[in-house]
Design a protein around this ligand. Structure first.
Ligand SMILES: [Zn+2]
Length: 390
């Protein structure tokens, strides 16, 4: 009951007999088809400005959204998450439907998990916590460090991590501040530090490196999850990097992978999406046209020309909008688009060592304290992580 009240209070106002429904955004649904289906005026979409229409193209299939309905089933308000920090809020003002972008109310929590290996880290983390998000994040970050297949029953695993909740349920990405796997009497650590994962020596892990997708004249817009525009009095987000370049400039795949999508994508106009492994996806938008023969399902190499810069969709001038997603969550491409992985040195390395020393102590106390493991109530609540076995 308490949860239900939190739920309702998120909507600005509601009649006494209104009720909330939670639904999953269907694959292939656009904001516009959603409005049509629900008999909402399309003017909600057409009166949005350019950036808001771009954001409307960022609704992820599978995202849980909430609908407030009246006693007689008429739709009154809708909340749809966009990225990790903002949501679209459809509501009425003076009997007219409008859409406003508002911040998501998030509860942040820090947790620890200390377990012994019984099957595999992935299965054991899942059994202990029922969190696919946590199991996937561990599997992605720790691969390559220790051969996880060689672990023995009874080996130890400790994770200290941060996660967020929206409406009581896990939401968005999970960050593992430290992972420790103890096997053959050796403790192996990985640390999260300043947006990247590092080994104990301060070497960035063999993460995902992308090359620049275009020869650009300048970066016209950087990545932001949430920002308040003081003049417009609106919240904004820009879930990618805009590279200004003239129409027709070749657009190259930032990494090797497989084409996921070629076509129109709302405010993004002509768009290509490429998946790079089980967890990463890049997006190229406002394209003038696609390279000859490019189609969905096709393999592409890093640096291969896939399209040409344009001005399609809602675009104020020729540029490439480049987006990067990890487990369907938009992340800042600037941290990943680089030539080589970095190693920390000098004072930065000293700061890192101090930071990791403190974390090692926390790992030890988590192991000693034997705290009960927090288990998520329901297996299917860990949007946006899809169910996956490693
Ligand atoms: Zn953009």
């Amino acid at each position: 009951m308490a949860k239900f009240i939190i739920f309702l209070s998120l909507f600005v106002s509601f009649a006494a007999a209104s009720y909330v429904e939670e639904l999953k955004w269907p694959k292939g649904e656009t904001f516009l088809t959603f409005l049509e289906k629900n008999h909402l005026p399309s003017s909600i979409y057409y009166t949005l400005d350019k950036e808001e229409q771009e954001l409307a193209a960022e609704i992820v299939a599978g995202v849980k959204y909430q609908v407030l309905k009246s006693e007689n089933n008429a739709l009154e308000q809708v909340l749809i998450p966009i990225g990790e920090e903002l949501q679209m809020h459809i509501k009425t003002i003076d009997d007219k439907f409008i859409m406003e972008i508002t911040p998501i109310l998030l509860q942040e929590e820090k947790r620890s998990l200390a377990i012994e290996i019984q099957n595999s880290p992935y299965v054991d983390i899942l059994n202990a916590t029922s969190s696919y998000g946590l199991a996937n994040e561990f599997a992605q970050t720790f691969r390559g460090e220790v051969n996880l297949r060689n672990l023995q029953k009874g080996d130890k695993l400790v994770l200290l991590y941060q996660q967020k909740r929206r409406l009581g349920k896990l939401f968005g990405s999970i960050k593992i501040d430290v992972s420790m796997v103890e096997t053959a009497k050796k403790k192996n650590y990985i640390f999260f530090y300043k947006e990247n994962y590092y080994d104990p020596k301060g070497q960035e892990l063999d993460s995902f490196l992308l090359s620049n997708p275009v020869n650009y004249t300048r970066v016209s817009s950087v990545f932001t999850q949430k920002r308040w525009h003081p003049i417009l009095q609106k919240y904004r987000a820009h879930l990618g990097i805009d590279y200004a370049a003239s129409v027709g400039t070749p657009v190259k795949s930032a990494g090797s992978g497989r084409v996921l999508f070629v076509g129109q994508k709302g405010g993004y106009g002509n768009t290509i999406e490429v998946s790079h492994d089980s967890s990463y996806k890049t997006l190229y938008a406002h394209l003038n046209g696609f390279a000859k023969g490019i189609r969905s399902g096709q393999k592409v190499k890093q640096g291969q020309v896939i399209a040409y810069v344009g001005n399609t969709g809602l675009s104020s001038g020729p540029h490439l909008h480049f987006g990067l997603y990890r487990s369907n969550v938009a992340i800042n491409p600037a941290s990943v688009v680089k030539i080589a992985k970095s190693a920390l040195g000098g004072n930065e390395l000293k700061a890192f060592i101090n930071y990791t020393d403190a974390l090692r102590k926390k790992v030890e106390s988590a192991q000693e304290s034997n705290e009960p493991v927090y288990k998520e109530e329901n297996f299917n609540l860990s949007y946006p992580f899809e169910q996956k076995q490693s």
